[in-house]
Design a binder for this molecule. Structure first.
Ligand code: SF4
Ligand code: SF4
Ligand SMILES: [Zn+2]
Length: 290
């Protein structure tokens, strides 16, 4: 069979003794091969992986396009003034997720667990700084993006979303041994214990339930220069389609809609002078916005 043709689908049948690779016909042996219905040979697995990634990307692209179309409709209904400005290109329309949680007191156990994680990572980081090859990589490779300031477009998006991606930083704030090693080799007179104490001192008394220790209603309690590379570099799906435009014009005016549970819940608008207004889309329209 030619590689350009998709293989015939083979159904998993628990009563069938031998499953065969749909590309080369060889018997599938491992549980992994059977689960994925393709053998481990590169000539079969390579094209299969390419098709899989292409299908996943197409699915994501279609989902994002549907979200954007839904956002246009909702904007037309709730905020016709903003809608006309997005249609004319005056405001860039972006759809982001939404995060909604209550503030809760930080527990001593949580802080202690975070400190012990930092201590373990710091031991690993110090070992990394003894390895000349890794130090060379750390010195040449990584520089956190936007460590000094964010663009107005990004600030509007993340403020309207309220930090859905920070939820995943629940107990670790995305701090890694490599990031601590990066700090050790880049900061003059870096003191491992002082770095750990500083992270602990910066933990706010209360943070948003079910999210990162530093996540508050007013954003991240940690300054950008000591946030992990993941925190400084991450762009969610809603953003990626606008990445180039935002890189070219970081402070361009934007209309950002936050989406949750089949609903557009919030609209944030930034103007050319940097002013930002926000509207709750679940409430009756507020004529001040836009
Ligand atoms: S990067 Fe995306 S998910 Fe994370 S806070 Fe910003 S808008 Fe939300
Ligand atoms: S450190 Fe800040 S930016 Fe990073 S996950 Fe926590 S709250 Fe979000
Ligand atoms: Zn095969």
């Amino acid at each position: 069979m030619s590689d350009s043709k998709p293989p015939n689908p083979v159904r998993h049948n628990p009563f069938q003794k031998h499953l065969c690779c749909p590309s080369c016909g060889k018997e599938l042996v491992t549980a992994h091969e059977k689960h994925e219905n393709i053998c481990g040979e590169l000539k079969c697995r390579g094209p299969w992986l390419q098709r899989k990634v292409a299908a996943e990307n197409e699915e994501i692209r279609a989902k994002q396009a549907a979200l954007l179309e839904g956002a246009r409709e909702r904007l037309r209904e709730t905020s016709p003034d903003v809608f006309s400005r997005t249609e004319s290109g005056e405001l860039r329309l972006i759809v982001v997720p939404d995060f909604d949680a209550e503030m809760a007191q930080q527990s001593d156990e949580r802080i202690a667990a975070f400190r012990s994680m930092l201590e373990e990572l710091m031991v690993e980081a110090q070992a990394t700084t003894q390895n000349a090859y890794r130090v060379k990589y750390l010195l040449s490779g990584y520089e956190p993006r936007d460590k000094d300031q964010s663009s107005t477009a990004i600030l509007n998006a993340c403020s309207t979303c309220r930090g859905q991606c920070c939820r995943m930083g629940h107990l670790h704030a995305f701090i890694t041994a490599d990031f601590l090693a990066y700090r050790l080799v880049h900061e003059e007179d870096a003191d491992p214990e002082a770095i750990i104490d500083d992270y602990i001192d910066r933990i706010p008394e209360k943070s948003l339930n079910e999210s990162c220790l530093y996540h508050t209603t007013t954003g991240c309690a940690m300054p950008r220069e000591v946030r992990s590379g993941t925190c400084n570099d991450f762009l969610c799906l809603g953003f990626r389609a606008h990445k180039e435009s935002i890189q070219d014009d970081p402070d361009q005016p934007t209309a950002v809609m936050a989406f949750a549970d089949e609903e557009y819940v919030r609209l944030g608008v930034t103007e050319a002078d940097g002013t930002r207004t926000e509207r709750d889309l679940c409430e009756p329209a507020d004529p001040k916005v836009g």
